[in-house]
Design a binder for this molecule. Structure first.
Ligand SMILES: [Zn+2]
Length: 105
């Protein structure tokens, strides 16, 4: 009987140890997942890259560059056409989304 009591007591403490380990593991996982959530929110909150499409008034040559503050469709910029040197105007302003990248995250 003493041996049985000893075994039961021992199992009892082992169970407590497991409980402690499990709660630590759960805490680590919770921490990891909360970190992931923050990172994901940060990724989603990141402003998408905006592009501006410039079109030459004379020859219609198109050039794409990054959006700059003050850009609007129809604006004639200070830039010159790389083909003929004529002034260019903003033809299009757009953003690029890649749904594949979002799925992988
Ligand atoms: Zn041109």
């Amino acid at each position: 009987m003493n041996v049985l009591n000893f075994l039961l007591q021992n199992q009892g403490t082992q169970w407590l140890d497991y409980l402690l380990i499990i709660s630590i593991v759960v805490a680590i996982f919770a921490f990891m997942f909360s970190n992931r959530g923050v990172r994901k929110a940060g990724y989603l909150g990141k402003p998408p890259e905006i592009h501006t499409e410039l079109m030459c008034i004379e020859c219609g040559f198109k050039e794409i560059r990054k959006f700059r503050e003050g850009d609007y469709i129809g604006k004639t910029t200070d830039e010159k056409c790389k083909k003929c040197g004529a002034p260019v105007h903003i033809n299009l302003i757009y953003t690029l989304f890649s749904p594949m990248e979002e799925k992988n995250q």
